[in-house]
Design a protein around this ligand. Structure first.
Ligand code: C5P
Length: 316
């Protein structure tokens, strides 16, 4: 009913809605810190059917404003420091006119500060929604360029699917992926900051007994995806940031162990964490796994998701 009422009142010249997926990194391979303050990456992004929705409403005379709904919003700013707000501003400055304004509403389902690129997804959604709302003459390449400027993880939610990311993770090439994969996500009680996890990674790598890491993605991931072999993919999941995330939040070790003991095909910290992603054999196995993980003390909540799915999509 609510949907029907909304459809009746929404004028597409005035309101644009975009749905944007979360991501999990099937592989995250990290090289040493560069002079630019970033780490070179080789990563495999995989888009999941866990979405944030960005609603963009036209506003006169250059005003931008933002509201939020969903869980765990205490740590999400609703001002000009929000990445989605910055995305709208950047788009207007580069490709628009000073009179362009928008009210952005972010309906958040992607865990906040979870390593699933929720903030980046919102920025990607804001770029697409505002470019349509303002009827701008922007190409997908234009949006990709702005996305990369906003953050390393912002381009991928525009593209979706499964893709290799290099550079800072922002240079993307789609990857062959067969079949659908069923995931359980175990959310943690507290978030983790991406820069803090990279800093701890540097500290751990500086220890004399550290095994050097690099940007080469293990062959197993691409081979498993090409065959559609979930068991092989489970065994190939890899994250060089995992040790740093577990070092900062030792209870994540307990979460990962519990999921594997409950029958997951593989377990990995998602991105810079603290969300842990578990691959299940099928949907029924994912339901059992989610039930088992929900009882683990270090797990705040679980979500089930499948992928790959499309990138940012207009829904009006
Ligand atoms: O690009 P983004 O703003 O998401 O990055 C946040 C922080 O994460 C950076 O300031 C940097 O400290 C760290 N980072 C990194 N190497 C990357 C991506 C992010 O060190 N490839």
């Amino acid at each position: 009913m609510e949907e029907m009422r909304r459809a009746a009142v929404d004028d597409p010249d005035q309101v644009v809605r975009v749905r944007v997926p979360a991501k999990v990194n099937l592989a995250l391979c990290v090289g040493p810190l560069g002079d630019d303050g970033f780490h070179p990456l080789g990563t495999v992004f995989h888009a999941l059917n866990l979405y944030d929705e960005v609603v963009a409403e036209k506003r006169p005379s250059g005003q931008i404003s933002l509201t939020l709904s969903g869980d765990g919003l205490d740590d999400v700013p609703a001002d000009e420091s929000n990445l989605a707000w910055r995305a709208a501003r950047l788009l207007a400055d580069r490709h628009g006119t000073p009179d362009l304004g928008v009210h952005l509403h972010l309906k958040k389902s992607i865990p906040v500060a979870g390593g699933m690129a929720g903030g980046s997804a919102d920025a990607a959604g804001a770029l697409l929604a505002c470019s349509v709302l303002w009827d701008l003459d922007t190409t997908p390449d234009d949006l990709h360029e702005l996305a990369a400027e906003l953050g390393s993880d912002v381009p991928f939610p525009l593209m979706g699917g499964t893709a290799i990311g290099t550079g800072r993770g922002d240079q993307l090439v789609p990857m062959l992926s067969r079949g659908t994969y069923h995931w359980v996500l175990a959310l943690a009680h507290d978030g983790l900051s991406t820069p803090a996890v990279f800093r701890r990674f540097d500290e751990l790598q500086a220890r004399p007994d550290a095994t050097p890491t690099g940007t080469a993605i293990p062959d197993g991931v691409a081979a498993a995806l090409a065959k559609g072999d979930a068991a092989a993919l489970g065994g190939a999941l890899h994250n060089d940031l995992q040790a740093a995330a577990v070092d900062l939040r030792p209870e994540l070790g307990e979460t990962l162990r519990a999921g594997l003991e409950a029958g997951a095909l593989g377990a990995v910290v998602s991105g810079s964490g603290p969300t842990c992603a578990f691959l299940a054999a099928d949907e029924a196995a994912a339901m059992d796994l989610a039930a088992a993980l929900a009882a683990v003390a270090s797990v705040r909540a679980t979500r089930r998701a499948s992928g790959p799915v499309s990138g940012a999509t207009l829904i009006t």
